[in-house]
Design a protein around this ligand. Structure first.
Ligand SMILES: [Zn+2]
Ligand SMILES: [Zn+2]
Length: 391
């Protein structure tokens, strides 16, 4: 196979134009109507067999190689976030309050470029490529919606690949890790009920705010006391709501937060201890506790042999350049749901450039990437697909 990085670079202008167009016109989860119509049209122009409406606004394009062989699924997410853009870029969002603040505009442009690169080589390719453009990755259930609509059937993929442009790391950095790479995520909702009353007569009330303060502190003991020190877990209380007035003890307090873990046994342990601690501490302070825990996604776990295939592709593209094999993050990704069923690898492509001021974190109003990361991402994705299919 020729140098896919060189080929990706020749497509740079069109890839950047696509990315900037998506950036100007961001669409929230399951509302990616404009984006998905551009995706479908571009894939059709290449002669791919295109199916729309998979998971509402999702699009699937099938690219057949010359010979029979395995099926590889490549997934790219398309949704924006409810963030008001403050980058000041001339291609900034034209939709107030909606912004591509995670880089999914780049992912969509990369996906279309991967389609072009692989299409140009399809006569030498064995097997087929299922290009999956997913809606609503940001917590709205896009992957599940696509699975429900059969994205993992006819044909069912043998391998899956996905990537994220990553602004915590500089341009040139690559994160390819075998094993768990993003965390399982749950949301918890806790309500504590005591007895309201006058702020000046606490002895006549049962104060759920005091109980909440103790609960927040005690919950931190799960990670420090119940989980082995070398394992990873997060328990974050991110919202506490209760009380309106300076002289009134409220009768209830509501708390929200998230639990993140990599390993199923660690997750199980946190989920066991969490209600025990909340109920025990709240009960000790005379309050009633109600705990609701909802699982959002399992962990994203990369299969070693596939991660190795991606790493080999990277070494062929950029000989001598280091690959970070240790990178893991406690963020979550609904690609986990596809990778629970299909072995795969989710890798990260550094996209920050502090010298150009392009290093705001993901989901920040000034988030922006160094667009030189786009051809790197496209080349590595296309090359990894070729590697896994066997050319
Ligand atoms: Zn995000
Ligand atoms: Zn993202």
């Amino acid at each position: 196979m020729t140098d896919l990085f060189e080929e990706a670079n020749t497509l740079f202008e069109s890839m950047r134009a696509l990315r900037r167009d998506f950036h100007r016109h961001p669409e929230l989860g399951f509302q990616e109507v404009r984006t998905s119509s551009i995706v479908a049209q571009t894939l059709r122009e290449l002669g791919l067999e295109v199916t729309t409406g998979i998971g509402k606004t999702g699009v699937v394009g099938m690219l057949e190689g010359q010979r029979a062989g395995p099926v590889v699924l490549l997934r790219f997410d398309m949704d924006a976030l409810p963030v008001h853009e403050e980058t000041g870029a001339d291609y900034a969002s034209q939709s107030p309050g909606v912004m591509h603040a995670c880089g999914h505009d780049g992912h969509t442009a990369v996906g279309l470029t991967v389609a072009k690169l692989l299409h140009a080589h399809s006569q030498n390719m064995a097997g087929s490529v299922k290009l999956v453009f997913q809606p609503a990755e940001e917590g709205l259930g896009g992957a599940q919606a696509m699975i429900d609509d059969g994205v993992l059937e006819s044909p069912s993929p043998d391998f899956a690949l996905a990537l994220h442009l990553w602004n915590e790391k500089p341009l040139g950095w690559l994160g390819i890790h075998a094993g768990p790479v993003m965390a399982a995520s749950e949301i918890f909702k806790v309500s504590l009920t005591g007895k309201g009353g006058h702020g000046a007569s606490p002895h006549l009330s049962v104060d759920p705010l005091l109980a909440a303060a103790h609960v927040v502190t005690a919950l931190q003991g799960i990670v420090s006391r119940n989980i082995a020190p070398l394992e990873a877990a997060v328990v974050s209380v991110t919202s506490i709501r209760g009380g309106e007035a300076f002289n009134v003890i409220p009768s209830t307090v509501e708390m929200l937060g998230t639990i993140r873990t990599f390993l199923p046994e660690v997750r199980q342990r946190v989920l066991e201890r969490f209600p025990q601690i909340v109920e025990g501490v709240a009960g000790g302070m005379g309050c009633q506790a109600n705990v609701e825990i909802t699982s959002i996604t399992p962990a994203v776990v990369n299969e070693a042999r596939i991660a190795q295939g991606v790493e080999e592709a990277a070494r062929q593209l950029w000989p001598g350049q280091p690959v970070d094999r240790d990178f893991q993050s406690m963020v979550s990704e609904d690609m986990a749901l596809m990778m629970q069923r299909v072995p795969g690898c989710y890798f990260f492509v550094g996209s920050a450039n502090p010298a150009k001021g392009l290093d705001a974190p993901h989901h920040h109003p000034r988030f922006n990437i160094d667009e030189d990361a786009l051809p790197r991402a496209a080349a590595l994705m296309a090359s990894s697909a070729v590697h896994l299919l066997g050319d």
